[in-house]
Design a protein around this ligand. Structure first.
Ligand code: PFF
Length: 448
């Protein structure tokens, strides 16, 4: 371990863990669903622009706060504060992020539970347990409760082991497999009827839609959700990075991996939607809206795998297992935010904090499950479209307005002596100070 409080053992360890947090349901469920509900390619275009122009700079701010503070989000932000009001403000921002992470986990666990149940379905079919296969993919409260609980249990199991053994080890192995499988599936989908129409919808934007307020807010929320921003997670991950590492390039690599995987997932799922529609599966309503809403991916992908015959059972199983793992490397990061806060600020034991916090989060999940129709969308919107961008914006305000240029430079220079002469340094400090907060605020004002 790099420090007494735990840390990533290597540069690769951080990249994989941070990319593990970033890459998850947001990329393979959230991004395609948002793309499909927001007019296809126009959304993709806005998303890509916002991911690099706003999310990456904000991501850098969070990493920097964490590495400087070497502690949970609240303590790190308070270390940067000089005046009493700044310390209070630091508490609001840091704690707000922790609440956001907890809220996200409460609905994320439900969808990750669906991923697990869709992995069990083909496995049950393969061993001849048809009844179980049917049951696991039928929406019911009891199914949702069981699989959400199972997913939370796995998350807790990993988190209790701490940074290096838990988070790092798991993130290292399975992501390359997921990317490989995505690419193979994209190639396969392109050979099917209807795929080209999907490709067109994915890649050819209707520019008139680009400035639609709903699209802007959704794309902004999706970009911040995908990079796990505004949740204290990247602050705490930043605090585990050694002072010898170059933050600017680490952040850029993680952003690139995250955006590329979302883009790949869209390249699979949007054409697969059109293929399914072509085969008579109802995907769009007459007005062009999505019929299945948040469960669209769970209609489209099984239809695709069904079309592969017996082979489809293996592919479906592998895909949903890998998705569940991708969801786990994200959920453990969500739990790490609140847990590190409880351990460092309230002197709780790591095991105890993990169990207690996960039980509270699970209760929120239960409440959502029993009110699935509106609560899932509501909590997701509250936490991802509003909470995350606002908290991330406040982190930018902290770095830009409460810190001096010299303080930023001192921290960022560690592990990156050349940074002072770089393009990044010429742009980023004032960009974080003025452009990020104003741009994020403008999107919200526009949406009102
Ligand atoms: N970035 C994750 C994904 O795209 O699935 C979701 C996420 C992880 C959001 C961690 C927030 C968070 F704190």
């Amino acid at each position: 371990m790099a420090t007494a409080r735990g840390g990533f053992s290597s540069r690769l360890g951080f990249i994989l863990a941070a990319a593990g947090s970033a890459v998850g349901l947001g990329n393979i469920w959230g991004f395609p669903t948002q793309t499909a509900s927001n007019g296809g390619a126009a959304f993709v275009l806005v998303y890509l622009i916002l991911a690099f122009s706003l999310a990456y700079p904000a991501f850098m701010a969070e990493l920097l706060i964490g590495r400087y503070g070497q502690a949970n989000a609240v303590t790190s932000l308070q270390k940067m504060s000089r005046k009493a009001w700044q310390k209070k403000f630091a508490f609001v921002v840091g704690f707000g992020g922790i609440i956001c992470a907890a809220l996200i986990l409460s609905f994320y666990g439900i969808i990750a539970g669906w991923m697990m149940s869709y992995a069990i379905e083909p496995a049950a079919q393969l061993v001849g347990l048809q009844q179980i296969a049917d049951w696991v993919i039928t929406q019911s409260n009891i199914r949702n409760l069981i699989f959400t609980a199972l997913f939370m249990f796995l998350t807790v199991f990993i988190i209790r082991k701490g940074v290096e053994d838990g988070i790092e080890k798991w993130s290292k192995r399975l992501m390359p497999l997921l990317i490989g499988l995505l690419i193979i599936l994209i190639v396969y989908v392109m050979t099917l009827d209807g795929a080209l129409e999907g490709l067109q919808a994915y890649l050819n934007p209707d520019l008139r839609r680009v400035f639609h307020p709903d699209l802007l807010v959704s794309a902004l929320g999706q970009a911040f959700f995908s990079l796990s921003l505004g949740t204290s997670v990247m602050v705490i991950y930043g605090s585990y990075i050694s002072k010898k590492e170059n933050l600017v390039s680490l952040g850029a690599q993680v952003t690139l991996i995250d955006v590329s995987i979302a883009f790949l997932a869209g390249l699979l799922i949007i054409p697969a939607m059109y293929v399914a529609q072509h085969q008579g599966v109802a995907i769009f309503a007459a007005d062009g809206s999505l019929i299945a809403g948040p469960s669209m991916v769970f209609t489209v992908l099984p239809a695709l795998f069904d079309g592969m015959g017996a082979m489809g059972l293996f592919v479906g199983f592998a895909f949903f297992v890998l998705m569940s793992v991708a969801a786990l490397t994200s959920s453990i990061s969500m739990l790490e935010g609140p847990v590190s806060y409880a351990v460092e600020r309230h002197d709780m034991q790591r095991e105890k904090a993990t169990t207690l916090i996960s039980i509270i989060i699970f209760f929120i999940s239960v409440f959502i499950i029993f009110n699935l129709d509106f609560m899932l969308d509501f909590v997701a919107m509250l936490a991802t479209e509003y909470g995350q961008p606002i908290i991330a914006m406040l982190c930018c305000v902290f770095v830009g307005w409460i810190w001096s240029r010299k303080e930023i430079l001192d921290e960022i220079k560690q592990g990156n002596e050349q940074v002072e002469h770089s393009f990044f340094w010429k742009i980023w400090p004032w960009y974080t100070k003025f452009v990020c907060p104003v741009a994020i605020a403008t999107v919200f004002i526009h949406s009102l």
